[in-house]
Design a protein around this ligand. Structure first.
Ligand code: ARG
Length: 494
């Protein structure tokens, strides 16, 4: 049997006598997608080089040559990026990214994965010295490290994006002044709220998302390098050198866990699933509010599309796509959970399948957070229409019952009396505040001259004078507090 002479030279062919089945070989490669880990692989390889140099495996001159070679390999895609130059923008950047990736993958048809690619290219740069770099390490710890670096960068980008969106929501809340809208429970009109109060509810959701990601970042910021294939490096390495070079807080404490753990990737996607859900709710509400039936806002043309068939249409594609894309974030966290749950310790090749959902989730959230802040800033609400809706349909009934409570009536009875008044007004086809006192008196002697003022729109808002309530003064305070909190959110951890 001929010795395995496959072009490109495998990293592991010594014990094999037969070449790989070519279909299997192509199918098991991860380079077609893990090429995007090139910057992380170069950083991790450079850190490893420093660590083995400290252990005497590379001389200082060899270390310098290796680091220079790695830097040269890192620059390769820059050539394609300038050749395929575009004018910026998130979508174009993504397209550029894909084109560079395609060119990179085509340039190295035999690279099995990003680790193999860098070894092949480094050999072209510095010759056989490149082959020393793999001393004392395994691809199992390399991919674990590369993925941690990728996730950490994506967390930082997401934190920045969330802060931008939070800032846009706060600006919109400031702009809305004392504009009101109906709040809904069961999608039925409930009580009036300030538009700012509604916007601040999304601020609360996103602040939680921000804090979850910040927390996840602390937990995942440990360095697997030096863990070897499963049992730890076979050289006495000072693992703190690599950890410090990559800005990790410390080395991971257990080699079996470090080489097979993908909790950090799972947690990252889970931390994105929640903003995904919040984005989807926001998108759903705006899609609904932009209908002629609600008429609460006029969709910004710059973020809407037309219909090729119906000339009059202006469609909410942004919010629909946002709602749709949030599903990918939830999908990614499910995929990761399913992938990991049955794996025996330690590394298994199944883990290679965990990369694409992470890349997809990172790209999806980046795209969403690129469009949501400018879209949010461009929103123009129809204050008049929202106020009309807030004043029709007995949204002041709770305030009316509260009025009776202040007259000493137990709430259960007050509820009943106001319910009777609502029924009466429904039959007459008018609102509660259009009922004369004489009509109201039949439901309770306690209805007095001050009743109509107590159920005005302003009083209905202001009777919610409690921390977190929609009373005008409370919302003003809440807005100022949220603005101060958001300004202080820390996006850079480097
Ligand atoms: N491409 C592989 C992955 O993503 C790298 C690790 C390969 N390790 C191995 N023992 N085959 O998981």
């Amino acid at each position: 049997m001929a010795k395995n002479q496959q072009p490109g030279g495998k990293m592991w062919s010594g014990r094999f006598r037969e070449p790989l089945d070519s279909t299997f070989e192509q199918w098991q490669r991860s380079f077609p997608f893990d090429w995007r880990l090139l910057p992380q692989e170069i950083a991790a390889s450079s850190a490893h080089a420093r660590m083995i140099a400290a252990a005497g495996i590379l001389t200082p001159a060899e270390l310098d040559k290796t680091l220079a070679g790695l830097a040269a390999v890192a620059k390769r895609p820059d050539a394609w990026a300038t050749r395929i130059s575009m004018d910026g923008g998130a979508a174009q950047a993504a397209q550029l990214d894909r084109q560079v990736g395609t060119a990179l993958v085509a340039s190295s048809p035999h690279a099995e994965d990003i680790h193999h690619y860098v070894e092949l290219e480094l050999t072209k740069e510095i010759g056989d010295l490149a082959l020393k770099l793999h001393t004392g390490r395994s691809r199992n710890e390399q991919i674990a490290t590369d993925m941690r670096l990728f996730v950490r960068d994506s967390i930082d980008a997401t934190l920045l994006g969330l802060k931008n969106w939070l800032t846009a929501l706060i600006e919109q809340a400031e702009k809305s002044g004392n504009a009101v809208m109906p709040s809904y429970t069961h999608l039925q009109r409930a009580e009036p709220v300030l538009l700012a109060h509604w916007l601040l509810s999304y601020v609360s959701m996103l602040e939680r998302d921000f804090s979850r990601l910040t927390d996840a970042r602390k937990r995942m910021n440990l360095c697997p390098l030096g863990s070897g294939a499963v049992a730890g490096a076979t050289l006495k390495l000072d693992r703190t050198i690599a950890a410090a070079a990559l800005n990790f807080d410390a080395p991971t404490p257990n080699s079996m866990d470090a080489t097979s753990d993908r909790d950090f990737a799972l947690e990252f996607t889970q931390c994105l699933a929640t903003p995904g859900i919040h984005i989807s709710r926001f998108a759903e509400e705006l899609t609904l509010y932009a209908t002629a039936e609600f008429g609460f806002l006029d969709l910004p043309e710059a973020f809407s599309t037309g219909s090729s068939a119906m000339p009059q249409k202006k469609n909410p594609d942004l919010t629909e796509l946002a709602r749709g894309k949030s599903g990918r974030l939830l999908g990614a966290s499910n995929t990761l959970a399913m992938l990991i749950k049955g794996l025996p310790l330690a590394y298994n090749k199944d883990l290679q399948e965990g990369q694409e959902p992470v890349f997809d989730a990172a790209a999806t959230i980046a795209g969403l957070l690129a469009v949501l802040p400018p879209f949010t800033r461009a929103l123009r609400f129809n204050h008049e229409r929202m106020q009309q809706a807030a004043q029709a349909g007995y949204l002041n009934a709770m305030a009316a019952a509260t009025y009776l409570v202040h007259k000493g009536i137990p709430f259960r009875k007050a509820h009943e009396k106001v319910g009777n008044a609502v029924r009466f007004a429904l039959d007459k086809g008018c609102e509660l505040n259009q009922l004369p006192l004489a009509d109201l008196k039949q439901f309770g002697e306690e209805f007095g001259n001050d009743f109509h003022a107590a159920i005005s729109l302003q009083s209905t808002l202001d009777c919610h004078d409690v921390l977190g309530g929609t009373a005008t003064a409370r919302v003003k305070e809440a807005l100022a507090a949220a603005k101060a909190r958001v300004a202080k959110l820390q996006v850079s951890h480097a």
